[in-house]
Write a protein that binds this ligand. Structure first.
Ligand code: PBG
Ligand code: ZN
Length: 322
């Protein structure tokens, strides 16, 4: 090698990147130890009160509402492909092979469809509309969480965004002997998003009047989201950010603010429906796009992914990398 060649290599060697990711495996090495794995996926499942139900949810392509009698048949093959965890919306049941999380909220069960209990105090902004009773809501939510724990849930996951509910749930779990055996996963930074529409249809949980802007976070509010991470101090074992793709800065903030807590992300119904719709329109390939999204989640710091794509990823993750 001539002197000129050496100088040439020295000046440019750090700029030549392609060599580092030409081979499919070499591309995998670029993940800095943060691989997407099957263990990361938690599959959201809607339970119907009709025990034999298998109802198509038109707004969530490929997803169904399941009756308890149908669950074994549906989940059995997924467990065989590597499913480790589910989060149930509706009635809990014992699925011994799975890590069983239960979403805790009141909106599916209240007549008004809001996530808490209404207060009799006047609303200073809209005098004709009720506002929330934070204390009563947190207490009721803690009772519901405890009931799920008693029914065999491994994890309770409050999604209501009431102030004080993590403390209330943790206290209820501890006072009843579940403090050391039930994981508390908080929907800590949950934004008032337009992306929950298909879910609300699936769960029948749309508010009959008003909106959730006084308890879910404003989409512009990075500071509030960072403050909401206080759920770690109230006793949450896992912190969640939701939705995910438009909030990757918050995922990264969360991972940095609480490096000792696993960060979960929820790729919500509207994100899922959007990705499927785009693929149907021929804008991109479904699998490639789905991977691109979850890789961004993991890159930002997530280690648990709630996604309606879970059954697909169980298949895709067994396919050779391209
Ligand atoms: C209920 C709840 C919602 C979601 C999870 N739990 C809807 C909402 O807050 O309106 C959204 C999940 C999704 O869109 O996939 N509190
Ligand atoms: Zn709710």
């Amino acid at each position: 090698m001539s002197n000129t060649d050496a100088t040439h290599a020295g000046a440019y060697s750090r700029s030549v990147l392609h060599g580092g990711y030409h081979h499919p495996l070499a591309r995998k090495y670029q993940n800095q130890g943060r691989n997407v794995t099957k263990d990361m996926f938690m599959y959201p499942i809607f339970i119907s009160d009709d025990p034999d139900a298998e109802e198509v949810i038109s707004s969530l392509p490929g997803q169904k509402r399941w009756g308890v009698n149908k669950l074994e048949g549906f989940l059995g093959p997924l467990v065989k492909s590597g499913l480790r965890s589910v989060i149930l919306f509706g009635v809990p049941m014992k699925m011994k092979k799975l890590f069983l999380a239960c979403d805790v909220c009141l909106c599916e069960y209240t007549s008004h469809g809001h996530c808490g209990i209404m207060s009799s105090l006047p609303n200073p902004v809209h005098s004709d509309q009720p506002t929330l009773d934070a204390e009563a809501s947190a207490q009721r939510i803690a009772e519901v969480a405890l009931a799920y724990a008693k029914a065999g849930a491994h994890c309770v996951a409050p999604s209501d965004m009431m102030d004080g509910r993590i403390r209330a749930i943790k206290t209820a779990l501890m006072e009843n002997g579940y403090g050391n055996r039930v994981t508390l996963m908080s929907y800590s930074a949950k934004f008032a998003s337009s992306l929950y529409g298909p879910f609300r249809e699936a769960a029948g949980s749309a508010p009959s009047s008003g909106n959730r802007k006084c308890y879910q976070l404003p989409p512009n509010a990075r500071g509030l989201a960072r403050r909401a991470i206080r759920d770690a101090a109230e006793g949450a074992d896992i912190l969640m950010v939701k939705p995910t793709l438009p909030y990757l800065d918050i995922v990264s903030d969360c991972a940095q603010l609480e490096p000792d807590h696993p960060v979960a992300v929820y790729q919500v119904s509207g994100e899922y429906a959007m990705i499927v719709a785009g693929a149907e329109k021929g804008i991109y390939d479904l699998k490639q796009m789905a991977f691109e999204t979850v890789e961004s989640f993991v890159r930002a710091g997530a280690s648990i992914i709630l996604s309606y794509f879970t059954p697909d990823f169980l298949v895709w993750l067994d396919e050779p990398e391209e």
